[in-house]
Ligand binder design. Structure first.
Ligand code: ADP
Ligand code: ZN
Length: 520
């Protein structure tokens, strides 16, 4: 069967849905009407393209953007989707060809200019075919009070009368509540489900902090900022979910684990308790939270780095659905980068490339010196939103500093070990060499005789780990899949030769606290 997720992967080549897409797609694919408000660039097209492919028949897309139709159809054709359009730029022959394809059931998607629907002949044509859905793009054009009224759009109110059984989805990025209501009214979509997918969650405070002692940091965070609150702690493995839950309970915080290793009854029981009780913390692997609607989740904490910004956004988005202040807190460190970089080396070429892109975006969010919310919004297609004032980088802006010399020292240590000794080592050994520590392992390998031994005493151990983390994040260092040893990348050479400056983020010593917003 063609499930929505399968079509997303196979036809469009994406691995995850953007915020809001999946719910909308499943609703429309199931035959429901929808009114979708989503920012430009948010991914509205897939919201009707995928249901059109999942449902039998042709998806009919009404769009005023005649000039774009050819491009849209070309792009779909390149993906193997059978698409065509009908508008006034075509001559009779071209139109007849598309009409014949439509009637023969040879199209998945048919784009129509709105004025075509005013023609009796078009309605007759459509009646003879099998229609999967109607998508009304730029739906605000039906609003007489809006900025872009098109009289032809008024005729779209007839669709419901002609095709009462066919689902209709109207989409727009223009979002005033008044226009929204008017669209619903004029298109006969009052019964439709409304989806409003602005991506900003202003009540969520975002914070990403350097990981040193994760359990202790988590406990401090909960005690200082969320005593007695409900929340979710995400970690990657089942065993750490178990351990962290036990650790919280030992420290007087009611907590339950949730992961795929628990039997279904226990999972259902833990989930039910989380929904019902106040002040319970669930320590979960990513399996937790899909379809859970608990409005008063006050915090979401990540003890491990999510694989993608989409995943991070989805998981943190479970906090503060009631609109009251909530916190998205994450502790992230060198080992996260090492582990994810290694995981991103698995699978086939295409999979690896995608994983790497996802990871780079996630790491960029972690290492940014600018507003985290602005970066998230930009990622989801809402650029230029400006600093938010409610994230850690806004509240205590991290300095960035010129880390070129330390980077060169670290890279040349890796280079020397490889060139002079044919050796590769993990971060710990590299840092010990830079700091000039005569540990047993340093002496055993004679690393105290390297010229780089002890050249890095200007930084401390934690700072050197921060340098390594950021070099890995920036792709200036890489890890070996098997042992996690550090190796150079192509880009390392530019740094070593002094052709490239390395900007690094100085991790704030004291973690930022959220703004003094009143707690409920
Ligand atoms: P809108 O119509 O809302 O302005 P589009 O449908 O044109 O947005 O999508 C904007 C961009 O986002 C396109 O380049 C599209 O390919 C991309 N996109 C949409 N959905 C996804 C997804 N799930 N994963 C990755 N990219 C996506
Ligand atoms: Zn901010």
């Amino acid at each position: 069967m063609n499930t929505a997720t399968e079509v997303l992967h196979r036809v469009f080549g994406y691995d995850t849905f953007r915020p809001g897409q999946q719910e909308i797609i499943e609703h429309v694919a199931g035959g429901g009407d929808a009114l979708v408000l989503m920012p430009t660039g948010g991914g509205k097209s897939l919201c009707y393209q995928i249901p059109a492919l999942v449902r039998p028949g042709v998806g009919v897309v009404i769009s005023p953007l005649i000039a774009l139709m050819q491009d849209q159809v070309d792009a779909l054709t390149a993906l193997g989707v059978r698409a065509g359009f009908l508008n006034s730029t075509q001559d009779l022959d071209q139109r007849q060809l598309v009409e014949a394809e439509f009637l023969a059931g040879e199209l998945d998607l048919l784009y129509l200019a709105p004025e075509r629907l005013r023609l009796e002949s078009t309605v007759r044509l459509l009646k003879k075919g099998d229609i999967a859905l109607f998508a009304i793009d730029e739906a605000h054009c039906v609003s007489q009070w809006g900025h872009d009224f098109r009289p032809d759009y008024l005729a779209l109110s007839e669709l419901r009368a002609h095709w009462p059984e066919v689902p209709r989805i109207a989409l727009t990025a223009t979002a005033t509540p008044a226009t929204h209501a008017e669209i619903a009214e004029r298109l006969g979509l009052r019964e439709a489900r409304h989806f409003v997918a602005g991506f900003d969650r202003p009540n969520i405070h975002y914070r990403i902090t350097a990981k040193s002692e994760p359990k202790r940091q988590l406990l401090d965070f909960l005690r200082a900022e969320h005593p007695g609150d409900s929340g979710i702690v995400y970690c990657l493995s089942r065993s750490s979910a178990e351990k962290i839950a036990a650790f919280l309970v030992e420290n007087g915080i009611p907590a339950l684990p949730y992961h795929a290793g628990l039997d279904a009854r226990t999972r259902a029981h833990h989930q039910a308790r989380f929904l019902r009780e106040d002040g319970l913390v669930v320590v979960a692997t990513i399996a937790f939270g899909m379809g859970i609607d608990k409005p008063d989740v006050r915090f979401v904490a990540h003890l491990d780095l999510p694989k993608s910004v989409e995943g991070y956004y989805q998981e943190t988005g479970r906090a503060g659905r009631d609109g009251l202040p909530a916190t998205a807190w994450m502790a992230y460190g060198l080992q996260d980068v090492v582990q994810h970089r290694r995981m991103a080396l698995e699978g086939d070429e295409q999979h690896r490339r995608r994983q790497a892109l996802h990871l780079d975006a996630m790491l960029a969010l972690c290492e940014t010196v600018t507003c985290r919310r602005a970066m998230l919004l930009d990622y989801f297609g809402q650029p230029d939103s400006g600093p938010c004032g409610n994230c850690d980088t806004c509240q205590s802006p991290p300095e960035s500093w010129d880390g070129t010399v330390p980077a060169q020292k670290m890279l040349s240590t890796v280079l020397r070990l490889a060139r002079e000794r044919g050796q590769k080592f993990g971060v710990g050994q590299i840092v010990d060499i830079l700091l000039g520590k005569t540990t047993a392992k340093v002496l055993q390998h004679g690393h105290d005789s390297l010229t780089v031994f002890g050249v890095g005493t200007e930084l401390g151990n934690a700072e050197w780990h921060g340098v390594a983390r950021q070099l890995l994040a920036q792709g200036l260092l890489a890890v070996e899949p098997n042992y996690g040893a550090l190796v150079l990348t192509e880009a390392s050479a530019d740094v070593l030769r002094g052709h490239r400056e390395v900007r690094l983020r100085r991790d704030p010593r004291r973690a930022a606290k959220p703004a003094a917003t009143p707690k409920s």
